[in-house]
Design a protein around this ligand. Structure first.
Ligand SMILES: Cc1cc2nc3c(=O)[nH]c(=O)nc-3n(C[C@H](O)[C@H](O)[C@H](O)COP(=O)(O)OP(=O)(O)OC[C@H]3O[C@@H](n4cnc5c(N)ncnc54)[C@H](O)[C@@H]3O)c2cc1C
Length: 377
C-alpha cells in the first residue's frame, strides 16, 4: 500500500488550505453565531472541483477521487467544519445517482450539482430510529405511472435549501429511493432543528403528504432503494465525516499548540509543562494515526473497492476520527484554561461541531457493529 500523496493531491492541499484561511477563517465565528450558512461558497468550492470530486467528468465532476475528497474536506474543516460537512453530505445523493440512476437522471441532475448551482439532500432517517432504517414508516404506493409518497424524515441536512432530495420509502416490504424535486406539491419543511454544533447548517424535519412522484424519478431498481441510500451514506457520508473529524482535530491541535507556546506562567510558556506537553503529544500522535486510517479508506475506494469490501475500513475511519475530534477538541479547551470556552479562540465552537459527528452517517456504536462483524466473521 503506497500512501505517498500525488502531486495533484499535494497541490489540492495547498489550494484548499489557502482558500480556507483567506475566505473562511475571518467569518467562521460570525457565521456560527448567526447560524448562517455561506451558500455562495458552495459555488466557489464547486469551481475548485470539490463538490463533484468523485463524480466522473462525463457528468461534470472533477473525478479527483475519494482520497482527494477526504483531504479537501479535512483542509476546509480545519477552519470551518460546516462547509466540510456540506461536502460530506451533499455528494451522498450524487453518488447514489451516479451508481444507481438512469442515464437521463445523471445527465439532468449531476452537472448542475457539480457546479454548485443546485443542492441535494439525502433523506433516510426517521424518528423510528436511524440505526434501524428498516423500521421507517414512509410509504410509496404505485399508482399508474406514478408513486404516491407519504412520510416524515428527521435530521436531514440542508433539506430546506435542497433543490432535489433523494427520499427512501417503503413499498410493501421493500424499499425504493426517489428523486423529489423542490416545489413538488405536498413537500413541506416542518422544522429547522436546534443542534448543539454545526450551527450554520440547516438540519430539518420535513414531510411528504400524498406527493405524486413519477416512476421516472425512481432511483435504481425497484426494491433497491435502501441499499442505495445505505451505500451512499457508507461510501460518501462516512469518509466525508472522517475528513471533517480530522480537520476539527488538526484545527484544535494547532490552536492549543499556539496557545501553549504563547501563554506564560511561572515566567515561561506553559508548553514546557509536562502535563500540557503530554496532551499535545497525544494529539499529535493520535491525529497522525487516525489520518492514516482515514486516508486508507479513501485510497481503498480509489482502488475500486466498493462498500462491501471497504465497509469495515470506512467504519474504522469514521469511528477513530470522530472519537479523535471530540477528544482533541475537549483537551484543547482544557489547555486554553478560561480562554477555552470563549468563542474568540475557536476551540469551543469546534468541540460543539465534533459532537454532531458522533451520530452523523451512522453512530459510533454502529461502526463497531460493522467492524465487529468483519473481524469475527
Ligand atoms: C448533524 C447530523 C446530520 C444528519 N444528516 C442526515 C441526513 O442528511 N440524512 C439522513 O438520512 N440522516 C441524517 N442524520 C441522521 C443520522 O444518520 C442518525 O442520527 C443516526 O443514524 C442515528 O440514528 P438516531 O439518531 O435515530 O439514533 P438511534 O438509532 O435511535 O440510536 C440511539 C442509540 O442506540 C445505539 N444503538 C443503536 N443500535 C445499536 C446496536 N445495534 N448496537 C449498539 N448500539 C446501538 C446508538 O449507537 C445510539 O447510541 C444526521 C444526523 C446528524 C447528527
Amino acid at each position: 500500500m503506497d500512501f505517498s500523496l500525488t502531486r495533484q493531491q499535494e497541490m489540492l492541499i495547498n489550494m484548499v488550505s489557502e482558500f480556507a484561511e483567506t475566505e473562511l477563517a475571518p467569518k467562521a465565528l460570525e457565521l456560527d453565531e448567526k447560524g448562517e450558512f455561506p451558500f455562495h461558497e458552495v459555488k466557489r468550492v464547486a469551481e475548485q472541483g470539490l463538490v463533484g470530486i468523485v463524480t466522473s467528468k462525463e457528468y461534470g465532476g472533477s473525478d479527483m477521487g475519494h482520497l482527494a475528497r477526504v483531504i479537501a474536506i479535512e483542509e476546509i474543516s480545519k477552519v470551518y467544519p460546516p462547509l466540510g460537512f456540506f461536502l460530506q453530505v451533499g455528494p451522498i445523493g450524487m453518488y447514489i445517482l451516479e451508481t444507481m440512476g438512469t442515464d437521463e437522471q445523471k445527465q439532468k441532475y449531476l452537472p448542475p450539482l457539480c457546479k454548485g448551482e443546485k443542492i441535494m439532500s439525502t433523506a433516510v432517517t426517521e424518528a423510528a430510529g436511524g440505526s434501524e432504517p428498516q423500521a421507517m414508516q414512509s410509504t410509496a404506493v404505485a399508482d399508474g405511472d406514478d408513486y404516491i409518497v407519504n412520510g416524515r424524515k428527521v435530521y436531514i441536512s440542508f433539506a430546506e435549501a435542497a433543490d432535489i432530495v433523494c427520499f427512501v420509502a417503503k413499498t410493501d416490504d421493500k424499499f425504493n429511493a426517489f428523486i423529489v424535486e423542490k416545489g413538488t406539491k405536498g413537500f413541506e419543511i416542518t422544522r429547522r432543528e436546534s443542534h448543539n454544533g454545526l450551527r450554520s447548517i440547516p438540519v430539518n424535519e420535513f414531510a411528504l403528504t400524498d406527493c405524486r412522484i413519477p416512476r421516472a424519478n425512481l432511483v435504481g431498481e425497484e426494491g433497491k432503494g435502501l441499499i442505495a441510500g445505505l451505500n451512499g451514506i457508507a461510501v460518501i457520508g462516512r469518509t466525508g465525516v472522517a475528513g471533517v473529524g480530522l480537520g476539527i482535530a488538526q484545527g484544535c491541535y494547532e490552536a492549543a499548540l499556539k496557545f501553549a507556546r504563547e501563554r506564560n506562567l511561572y515566567g515561561k510558556p506553559i508548553a514546557g509543562l509536562q502535563a500540557i506537553q503530554f496532551m499535545l503529544v497525544d494529539m499529535n500522535v493520535e491525529i497522525e494515526a487516525a489520518r492514516f486510517i482515514a486516508y486508507k479508506a479513501g485510497w481503498l475506494l480509489d482502488q475500486g473497492k466498493g462498500p462491501r469490501e471497504a465497509g469495515a475500513d470506512i467504519a474504522k475511519a469514521k469511528l477513530v476520527t470522530c472519537e479523535l475530534a471530540n477528544r482533541v477538541a475537549f483537551n484543547a479547551v482544557r489547555i486554553l484554561g478560561g480562554a477555552g470556552t470563549t468563542p474568540e479562540y475557536h476551540v469551543i465552537r469546534r468541540l460543539r461541531d465534533a459532537t454532531e459527528l458522533l451520530a452523523a452517517a451512522g453512530t459510533q456504536e454502529i461502526m463497531k457493529v460493522i467492524i465487529g462483524g468483519s473481524i469475527t466473521r
